[in-house]
Design a protein around this ligand. Structure first.
Ligand code: KIV
Ligand code: ZN
Length: 553
């Protein structure tokens, strides 16, 4: 990199708009959406989609609720043309969905594009030409007037052919491509020249799409550009102002949101932001950002996993793990404090005491977009007891007493640390079983019998101590007390049961119970340990839990 980048690069010259209005506005409704997955997104794929992949993605987009879908560039290839024809001839597009087609300002291309639309119910014809100084100089070698003439000729050629689309409801769209890098006065001038040809009215509006083809500045600069156009262009009420942002500076979403504040009506983008270079705007994110503020986005992402699956299958792209809303890990907390807060927040939410969603670390309820609570918490070495307890409870119904969570949490953490990776709920259960339930050294239960008379319970336990048979007997006000008495009588150091709980595990024939026992011994040093026992018989589960705790002392 250069020591002094100013020798090679320069700052972007923003629009002067000192009385900008957009910073004090808030978004209160969804814009019109247009998916450009099948055109801009497709153009950016190393292996573009074939017709059947495009059909599958088209149907998924319709299912999400898109009413405007740029289906392609029909004059660019046979695949694109055939795809459009199949949509129309096989009546695959619902009547309320507009098929949008992109075309450059060239007669042969416009001819073919019109041909591709014959018989369509509703269509948007999208004309574009590039307008920025670099494009004018490097690509076209043309003056501003010559570039304007390209747009006007293209607009005229389209207008002259509209009679061939009788029976098709048409909206015309113009994009001064590379708008955000174009002098705003020239962008206005060229757009108005196209308006002069198409003559939009408030009843018959045209779409003026203002692309951030390459992000060249911060999103506030784009917002100023949009507000400036909205305020200065003639016949604003005859226009649907549309945004089309890319993501070169990673602010495509921000630019779109600020552009909407600045007065735009419509947004073009793709699922998960697929598109040239760093991608197009991710429509899922903008829509769900509205949703998290209580605004109906008018797009249905209730099963985002299924949408992601179709998207990945059709495009061959992968949604990154941290992609907002759709990424594998976005509803997953690894750190202990996050897990704890989420667990408490989810528990509070299920009580119904909170009217509005306010769960720490989760901007929306994952269930609303078809993701599940159990995805929320996973455990690695950064996790605390909260995550461990949550997984044991949600996956296996093992509900550890609070104090036992404090004991087992660090034990599990050490194990996870050694493995150096995330662990599953099943692995945690195995650790728990090894640490508590399967401890048989030195004490192992062979049998346990009780008889009770007048409130006094007498017990006889046959045990192994380091593999050698031992029989003990004792009495007390319950089986556990009798067992403790038996141990003491047999010469074991005195200990007391200080906590006990139990619950059923699973259901059905092999239904078993789990008991948790905490014991304390004062000599030779004060020690407190938990134990756990599992058995189909609840009494035996509790006896096993005492032995487990003793084995851990
Ligand atoms: O990024 C862009 O400018 C485009 C235009 C064709 C609208 O895709
Ligand atoms: Zn684009």
């Amino acid at each position: 990199m250069l020591k002094d980048p100013s020798k090679k690069y320069r700052p972007f010259q923003p629009v002067a708009l000192p009385d900008r209005q957009w910073p004090s506005r808030v978004l209160t409704q969804a814009p019109r959406w247009c998916s450009v997955d099948l055109r801009d997104g497709n153009q950016a794929l190393a292996v573009p989609m074939n017709v059947s992949q495009k059909l599958e993605l088209f149907h998924a987009l319709v299912k999400c609720g898109f009413k405007e879908i740029e289906v392609g560039f029909p004059s660019a290839s046979n695949t694109e043309f055939t795809f459009n024809r199949r949509l129309i001839e096989e009546r695959r597009a619902p009547d309320d969905v507009w098929l949008q087609v992109l075309v450059q300002a060239r007669e042969d291309l416009i001819e073919r594009t019109i041909e591709s639309l014959i018989g369509a119910k509703r269509a948007i014809i999208h004309l574009y030409n590039s307008t920025s100084p670099a494009q004018r100089r490097v690509v076209f070698g043309k003056s501003k007037d010559e570039i304007k003439a390209i747009a006007v000729n293209g607009a005229t050629m389209i207008k002259d052919r509209l009679h061939r689309l009788k029976g098709t409801e048409i909206i015309l769209q113009y994009s001064p491509e590379s708008f955000s890098a174009t002098e705003h006065e020239f962008a206005k001038e060229i757009s108005e020249a196209v308006m002069d040809v198409w003559q939009p009215t408030p009843q018959n509006k045209m779409i003026l799409n203002l692309p951030d083809t390459v992000e060249v500045a911060m999103p506030n600069v784009y917002a100023d550009q949009i507000e400036w156009i909205c305020r200065n262009i003639k016949n604003r009420d005859s226009l649907i102002i549309s945004l089309h942002t890319h993501n070169d500076r990673c602010t495509g979403v921000a630019a779109t949101e600020l552009g909407l504040l600045a007065g735009a009506d419509r947004v073009e983008g793709t699922l998960f932001g697929n598109g040239e270079r760093t991608g197009n705007l991710d429509i899922v994110t903008v829509a769900l950002n509205l949703y998290m503020h209580g605004i109906d986005p008018k797009l249905d992402f209730s099963d985002l996993n299924a949408i992601r699956e179709v998207y990945e299958r059709c495009t061959g792209m992968t949604v990154p793990a941290r992609q907002p809303y759709g990424g594998e890990l976005v509803f997953t907390a690894f750190s202990g404090s996050h897990q704890d807060a989420i667990k408490k927040g989810l528990a509070e939410w299920t009580t119904g005491t909170q009217k509005h969603w306010d769960v720490p670390y989760l901007t929306i309820d994952p269930q609303d977009i078809g993701r599940e609570y159990h995805e929320v918490i996973r455990v690695n070495s950064q996790s605390g007891k909260g995550g461990v307890a949550y997984l044991l409870e949600t996956e296996f119904g093992i509900s550890l007493p609070k104090d036992m969570q404090r004991e087992f949490g660090p034990i599990a953490n050490d194990e996870v640390d050694k493995l150096g990776r995330e662990v599953s709920g099943t692995e945690l259960k195995t650790m728990f079983w090894k640490e508590y339930v399967e401890r048989t050294q030195p004490w192992q239960l062979q049998s346990f019998e009780t008889e009770s008379k007048d409130g006094l319970v007498k017990c006889r336990a046959r045990l192994l101590h380091d593999g050698k048979p031992v029989e003990i007997s004792g009495e007390g006000n319950g089986p556990l007390a009798a067992l403790v008495h038996g141990f003491v009588k047999a010469g074991e150091k005195r200990f007391a049961i200080i906590d006990y709980s139990e619950h059923a595990l699973g259901s059905g024939e092999e239904a078993s119970a789990i008991a948790y026992v905490q014991i304390r011994r004062a000599f030779p040093v004060m020690r407190t340990r938990w134990g756990a026992g599992v058995d189909t018989n609840i009494e035996l589960a509790s006896i096993r839990a005492v032995l487990s705790a003793l084995n851990r002392l």
